[in-house]
Write a protein that binds this ligand. Structure first.
Ligand code: ACO
Length: 371
């Protein structure tokens, strides 16, 4: 019995939610490139949860259901006001608030299909209400209630800023949500599946998944990309900064991937959006710096950008605070986590691998007085 570090290359389950085959990402067989061009996030949610694209009436129904569940219980808002607001990261706040949402759901432990479907809708609808409410509460402002007439993407920007967003921002944000929605057996999805495979509830599963997404080797990288761009400051500083980092074996956030070795198919869409949005905002330097970093890291290390790299300058251009980048990832990935959790329930077996023991053997117990 020998261990594979980081479970690299291990096939741990079957799944029909999404696939990465020959570097192509699909959701239920639909190429991510097509979905990024044509689909609304709501359509993708339906696809991930049902295995097919919705008909018009079905999409309308899902959109209405998401809107009807979007308000979070007042208790969750009141608890957020009591968090140590100046000390915590929004991902920690999100992890806690999503767990608290479960306390307010009388169906939390009901694993029936009907109850799980309602919880799925609630979680998907409420995750962005939680993120935007926290963002406003920590700024001393009241949360903005979700609107029933806005799309999912528009509602996020509306609740965050308190004003109706323009079409370009909504379209860009929608595309980012579509691109982040699912990604096969990534670390947070695997975490969620492991959790519910014990027949624990969905709230526990997604809370665990949020904890895994938070780390800088996973979803936490996008915020750190922006921190790096800010630290570099301008295009002329890119080369010395990156060369110095590489020679000190510092990992450049937003580069590399466990599965993709020839490039992450989501990155090109975000790169294109970054170019467009940074031009509109009159801050092309973020895109130009990113391209320069990309050139150097690729030529020096052979590493390509992942989904987190260009999403940083995209979100910055949308006027979003940098520590909300990873929570945005969670808002989108909630749809994938739920799809995988439902799939796990539908064909469940406890996930319990083995460890290769490398510790000492045959130790003799010595009484404490004699040690
Ligand atoms: N910058 C510099 N060197 C890197 C980077 C990077 N971003 N990524 C990998 N390498 C190097 C490693 O140092 C290692 O070199 P070595 O063999 O000389 O020690 C080699 O490439 C292999 O890297 P591993 O970390 O072993 O690769 P692994 O498959 O375990 O990791 C990961 C993949 C975690 C994504 C890694 O590339 C990384 O840390 N990237 C930066 C963080 C990041 O962007 N995370 C987001 C990933 S996408 C997502 O989760 C949404």
């Amino acid at each position: 019995m020998s261990a594979t570090r980081g479970l690299e290359g291990v096939v741990a389950t079957t799944s029909s939610v999404s696939s990465i085959i020959d570097g192509v990402l699909t959701y239920h067989g639909f190429n991510i490139d097509d979905l990024a061009h044509y689909a609304s996030f709501e359509e993708v949610v339906f696809l991930l949860w049902n295995g097919r694209l919705p008909k018009e009436q079905e999409l309308k129904q899902l959109t209405e259901e998401l809107a009807s569940y979007a308000e979070v219980p007042q208790g969750v808002i009141e608890q957020m006001k009591m968090y140590p607001l100046d000390k915590i990261h929004p991902m920690a706040a999100l992890r806690t608030a999503i767990s608290i949402l479960g306390l307010y759901d009388p169906e939390a432990d009901d694993l029936s299909e009907a109850a799980n479907r309602r919880k799925a809708l609630k979680l998907q609808a409420q995750v962005q209400t939680v993120v935007t409410a926290f963002s406003r509460i920590r700024e001393g402002r009241e949360p903005v209630a979700p609107r029933k007439d806005l799309s999912f993407a528009a509602n996020f920007l509306y609740m965050l800023k308190g004003e109706e967003p323009d079409e370009i921002s909504v379209n860009a944000f929608n595309k980012a949500l579509v691109l982040h929605a699912d990604h096969e057996l990534n670390a947070s999805t695997f975490t969620g599946r492991v959790c519910v495979a014990t027949l624990s509830d969905i709230y526990s599963g997604v809370t665990a998944a949020i904890g895994a997404l938070k780390g800088p080797l996973h979803g936490g990288a996008n915020e750190r990309v922006m921190a790096m761009l800010m630290e570099i400051g301008e295009v002329n500083n890119v080369e010395p900064y990156i060369m110095n980092a590489l020679s000190n074996k510092v990992k450049i956030m937003g580069f590399g991937h466990r599965v993709y070795k020839d490039g992450d198919p989501r990155a090109k869409h975000l790169k294109e959006m970054s170019k467009k949005l940074t031009t509109i905002t009159g801050e092309p330097k973020w895109y130009e710096m990113s391209v320069k970093i990309n050139e150097i890291v690729t030529s020096e290390k052979g590493l390509l950008p992942n989904v987190d790299f260009y999403s940083a300058s995209v979100y910055h251009s949308l006027g979003i605070k940098h520590d909300l980048f990873t929570p945005i990832f969670a808002i989108s990935r909630m749809s994938g986590w739920i799809a995988h959790i439902l799939e796990q329930y539908s064909n469940n077996r406890l996930i319990r691998p083995r460890a290769e023991y490398v510790g000492p053997e045959k130790q003799e117990y010595i009484p404490i007085s004699k040690r």
